[in-house]
Design a protein around this ligand. Structure first.
Ligand SMILES: NC(=O)c1ccc[n+]([C@@H]2O[C@H](COP(=O)([O-])OP(=O)(O)OC[C@H]3O[C@@H](n4cnc5c(N)ncnc54)[C@H](OP(=O)(O)O)[C@@H]3O)[C@@H](O)[C@H]2O)c1
Length: 236
């Protein structure tokens, strides 16, 4: 256990991040997860029996000090960091023409600044382990949809991934962009749940987590750079 790989996941109290944490713990890895709501983090840890290989850090992924504290706390507790998964993110589910701009600033900061802060703060520790960075983008960051500012934030994540890969590959650090299609999670809570008319339906959080864990567990020297994962039947 003391030399088991260590992964820090932002936004890991539920949804895709929590599924990645569960799957890594089942492999015997050690995991730290963040989230804004400390009660939700505590409920997640409790649902797994508060295992010693799981740390929780309450804090906002868009807050530099909080992200630095999560990285520092993980390295202090576990002695190393092998992977950082920039997963925290959300959509305001409104549009440029008639949406509420009051909600946009924090979405942009979470989805764009957040991954940059994780890279900035985790990189020294990842260089020491020749570790990996996973960025959770979206199919919305690969195609255009009318007036979708959330999609614009995910286009930024798409760019950040290759931009970062070129920065860190010489240090032995891998970078994977994972671009999911629809995944049935609390992501859709603001619009009353996943729309039932989506062609192809939805992946489960575990389906998506399986792809992320596969990328994280490649042999040394193998860097999976892009994964697009959609439900079969999804036309875009
Ligand atoms: N579900 C989909 O269809 C879909 C498709 C493509 C991409 N994605 C992306 O997948 C990622 C995970 O989403 P999900 O579907 O798993 O959503 P989710 O079920 O709503 O989970 C989001 C997680 O992130 C945390 N979080 C949100 N904002 C945060 C912030 N500012 N700082 C720290 N933690 C934050 C949440 O906890 P707190 O609320 O307590 O902070 C929660 O643990 C996101 O980047 C999303 O854009 C999702």
């Amino acid at each position: 256990m003391d030399d088991a790989p260590v992964t820090l996941i932002t936004g890991g109290s539920r949804g895709i991040g929590a599924a990645v944490a569960r799957q890594l713990l089942a492999l015997g890895h050690r995991v730290a997860v963040t989230g804004r709501d400390p009660d939700r983090l505590a409920r997640f840890a409790g649902s797994l029996g508060d295992p010693p290989g799981l740390l929780t850090h309450a804090g906002d992924a868009a807050d530099h000090e909080a992200v630095q504290a999560a990285v520092d706390g993980t390295v202090a507790a576990f002695g190393r960091l092998d992977a950082a998964v920039a997963n925290a993110g959300y959509a305001t589910h409104d549009g440029l023409a008639d949406g509420d701009p009051a909600g946009w600033a924090h979405m942009v900061l979470t989805n764009v600044l957040g991954p940059a802060l994780l890279i900035r703060t985790a990189l020294p520790a990842l260089k020491r382990t020749r570790g990996r960075i996973v960025l959770v983008g979206s199919v919305a960051g690969l195609i255009n949809m009318p007036g979708n500012l959330y999609g614009v934030t995910k286009w930024a994540v798409t760019g950040l991934a290759e931009n970062t890969r070129q920065l860190v590959t010489g240090d032995g650090v891998g970078v994977t962009l994972v671009s999911p299609g629809g995944v049935e999670t609390n992501f859709f809570d603001p619009i009353g749940g996943p729309p039932s008319d989506r062609p192809g339906g939805y992946l489960s959080a575990d389906d998506l987590a399986g792809a992320i864990v596969w990328a994280l567990t490649q042999p040394p020297g193998v860097d999976v750079n892009t994964l697009t994962v959609r439900p079969v039947g999804s036309p875009r």
